[in-house]
Design a protein around this ligand. Structure first.
Ligand code: GLU
Length: 313
């Protein structure tokens, strides 16, 4: 079925979203990872990619930023394909924690079960399930999955990786807690190393919108035509995004925007309108919940203009 929008409408929605976002101010770059604190806070970009493979962009849409937490979606997709959704749900869980992304308390209260693959504990647990004989083989599978979603070979930034690996003390504690509870399914330091690398790849909003459009298109990349993951898993992944994709503001995002989304502390944000398109935004300053201030504004504006809310009949 053709999309109910003309190219002109889509480009206009991107431009409106971009100018609405530009008028927003406030927030600050994540500072607990030194690299992220150093990124120019004035960078801003918005891109839409449709399921029929058309791209509409505004701003610094070729600027490459750290994928961070958004990577959790793609490792989740890989592992769900490898072990199946029931096993992954049993081992990691599929519920919102209602607590910050790196909460130790959430893990303790659930007796060591991470609950969601989109919080740090769940993402480390999910990374520990990636199959492969060596840590490098498992890492290469994650990188290949991210690349297949983006439709080009993504690369690890050694600068970002170094910045994270030398400061991730809190995540190290989480990895050991998981291991002691039996919910880290490989060596915990290896799982953490792979997870930290997966957060350190570089993407533009155009890459991110293609990655999201692949989810919107039942797992088939609309640019390369490649079926990246099993279509049957997409609805589970989108459900996880709806429940936990925007940290402790996931409920607010569902309430106001009504789309599955995922943000990262690098300033990226993704929203997926199933069967239609994906919206990607980037702007480094984050609000108190850890979501890009301007990125959220752009996504919200575009979703409203194109009437994308899934809960609207
Ligand atoms: N690498 C970051 C961490 O583990 C990602 C967090 C995020 O983007 O939410 O703390």
């Amino acid at each position: 079925m053709p999309l109910p929008y003309t190219a002109k409408q889509l480009q206009a929605a991107v431009h409106t979203g971009f100018s609405v976002a530009l008028k927003c101010s406030g927030g600050s770059n994540a500072s607990y990872i030194p690299y992220l604190a150093s990124v120019d806070p004035n960078l801003i970009a918005v891109t839409i990619v449709t399921v029929d493979g058309n791209t509409f962009a505004a701003g610094d849409s070729q600027y490459q930023f750290a994928i961070e937490s958004i990577s959790k979606v793609f490792t989740l997709a890989l592992v769900m394909d490898q072990v199946g959704s029931p096993a992954l749900r049993a081992k990691v869980g599929a519920n919102p924690t209602g607590m910050p992304f790196n909460s130790v308390m959430a893990l303790e209260l659930a007796k060591g079960k991470p609950m969601s693959p989109l919080v740090n504990a769940g993402a480390i647990s999910t990374a520990s399930l990636v199959s492969g004989k060596t840590p490098d083989e498992r890492w290469q599978k994650i990188l290949a999955t991210q690349s297949a979603f983006a439709g080009r070979d993504l690369v690890l930034s050694s600068e970002i990786n170094q910045s994270e690996q030398t400061t991730n003390f809190h995540n190290r504690a989480i990895a050991w807690l998981l291991y002691s509870a039996g919910t880290c399914y490989s060596d915990p330091i290896e799982a953490l190393d792979i997870y930290t690398r997966q957060c350190s790849t570089l993407i533009s909003t155009t890459d991110l919108a293609v990655m999201g459009a692949t989810l919107a298109n039942k797992g088939k990349n609309p640019i390369t035509g490649k079926q990246v993951i099993g279509a049957e898993n997409v609805r589970h992944i989108l459900a996880e995004m709806m429940m936990e994709g925007l940290y402790t503001a996931s409920g607010d995002f569902a309430y106001t925007v009504g789309l599955p989304g995922k943000s990262g502390v690098g300033g990226g944000i993704l929203a997926v309108a199933p069967g239609k398109l994906a919206i990607a935004g980037f702007s480094p300053p984050l609000d108190a919940n850890g979501n890009s201030v301007r990125g959220q504004a752009a996504v919200k504006s575009i979703a409203e203009e194109l009437k994308l809310n899934l809960f609207e009949a």
